[in-house]
Design a protein around this ligand. Structure first.
Ligand SMILES: NC(=O)c1ccc[n+]([C@@H]2O[C@H](COP(=O)([O-])OP(=O)(O)OC[C@H]3O[C@@H](n4cnc5c(N)ncnc54)[C@H](OP(=O)(O)O)[C@@H]3O)[C@@H](O)[C@H]2O)c1
Length: 244
């Protein structure tokens, strides 16, 4: 299939590119940076330099690519999640989820794309019995900056799941660690960046539509649905990967 990967140079995007290419998919990847574009081009990605907030340019890029599937791995967070920059990062990331996702959905609809896979997060459940399943409510009445994130997440997920005729798949990722994340371990629910990328490939190839919790085992979160329906394996690592 032809995949339009929004965020090909991000923490997850970089780990997803080799998986997609190895699986035989064609990848059109985005970055805003010509420097990063060179590196991606060298490994076989067809590059588009575009800013997701430039809606007309994004639409032209998606229509020109004529992808089967759009994968949304865009975030706007400070490198290493620098605490000093997180308040501003939270607002920027919420804008990315609202306006960036809207622009991506509009572009995908215009291009006749049939599936959209988006990155969400798995720690926005409202307080309640654990482990949380995908049907549990989000923390819509959260205080402070968590309210900003909750609003962005709810909008991203609604746009992904309710933009027919697109089949939407939402991957609610745990806290990332591993290469490119600036973290060697993470708080619960945790997730290695390679397993996050592998889950996106599984969603592209196996998922119908809906929401999947994607994380390592913990008492906070149930990942049974992703394990059962997608074959998600949180121990997946790129270094040990050999496609059967
Ligand atoms: N679930 C999680 O815990 C989670 C999820 C994601 C990220 N993070 C953390 O956040 C930190 C930064 O991660 P990262 O490097 O992947 O994130 P990032 O660089 O902020 O963004 C990821 C991708 O989004 C793209 N992007 C951002 N703004 C854009 C815009 N306006 N238009 C088009 N593309 C845009 C970037 O493209 P460019 O190539 O143009 O920069 C990049 O490919 C890391 O520490 C990471 O672990 C955590």
């Amino acid at each position: 299939m032809k995949i339009f990967l929004a965020g090909a140079a991000g923490a997850i995007g970089k780990r997803l590119v080799p998986l997609l290419l190895d699986a035989g998919h064609r990848v059109v990847g985005t970055t805003r940076s010509p420097t990063k574009a060179d590196a991606l081009h060298a490994v076989g990605v067809e590059l588009v330099v575009v800013d997701v907030f430039d809606a007309p340019a994004l639409s032209r890029a998606v229509s020109a690519a004529r992808p089967d599937i759009v994968v949304h791995q865009l975030t706007d967070l400070p490198p290493g999640l620098d605490p000093a920059r997180m308040a501003e990062g939270t607002r920027r990331n919420a804008r990315m989820r609202r306006e960036g996702t809207q622009n991506l959905v509009t572009a995908a609809l215009a291009a006749g794309v049939h599936r959209l896979v988006t990155q969400s997060i798995a720690w926005m459940y409202a307080p309640g019995p654990e482990p949380h399943g995908e049907d549990d409510p989000l923390d819509a009445h959260a205080p402070g900056t968590r309210a900003v994130t909750a609003d962005g997440v709810a909008t991203l997920e609604r746009l992904t799941l309710a933009s027919p005729p697109i089949d939407g798949v939402v991957l609610r990722y745990g806290h990332l660690y591993g290469p490119g994340t600036g973290a060697n371990a993470s708080e619960i629910p945790s997730l290695h960046v390679d397993a996050a990328a592998a889950a996106a490939l599984l969603a592209i190839e196996n998922a119908c539509c809906g929401i999947y919790n994607i994380a390592e085992r913990s008492g906070y979160l149930s990942t049974d649905k992703a394990r059962r329906q997608l074959g998600f394996d949180p121990s997946f690592r790129l270094a040990a990967y050999v496609r059967q």
